[in-house]
Ligand binder design. Sequence first.
Ligand code: G3P
Length: 218
Amino acid sequence: MKFFVDTADIDEIRDLADTGLVDGVTTNPSLVAKTGRDFIEVVEEICKVVDGPVSAEVAATDCDTMIEEGRKLSKIADNIAVKVPLTRDGLKACRTLSQGGTMVNVTLCFSPNQAILAAKAGAKFVSPFIGRLDDIATDGMGLIEDIVDIYANYPDFTTEVLVASVRHPMHVVEAAKMGAHVATIPPAVMTAMFNHPLTDKGLAAFLADWEKTGQSIL
Ligand code: G3P
């Protein structure tokens, strides 16, 4: 399972990339706006910190302008994945961009039907927003299960399921159980994944007992 970090904050990205466990980054207009920085500049910087796919979203809503923006964004770095919304125009733009060799992440997916369209449009990634479905008392993880099951029926579907709008570590665990390819994880959630109280307790006990031996390894 690939772990992407879901933020445009370069310090958060550097901090987590330092673990060697970050396989990519996803941004969106809201995450970029939060940084208060120039969009192209921050994406350029992110692409230098993380080798894996870095998603940068178009702002246009019509196909032709999405394609133009997508081509501009893809020139920033080889690891750019152009994000387009799961709309009719977004799917048309995805088809053209992906046929031209651009990685496309089709975002704002909320139904299996949309995920089938994204795969048919040649998306590299489809981003189902599970947290936002949970937020309206709809089964977000059920959507992931449906998409993974549907995609498994069609070997020619090469689109990777990129679980997004992750709210807590159990979303990542459940997505992994279902065989989702990627989870894009907010920094706070990824940090929480590193911590377990019983590991801390057990380590403290080991170190206390080691201390009693008076020995050192080095
Ligand atoms: O990658 C999509 C993600 O940033 C959306 O998360 O919490 O706004 O639903 P959220």
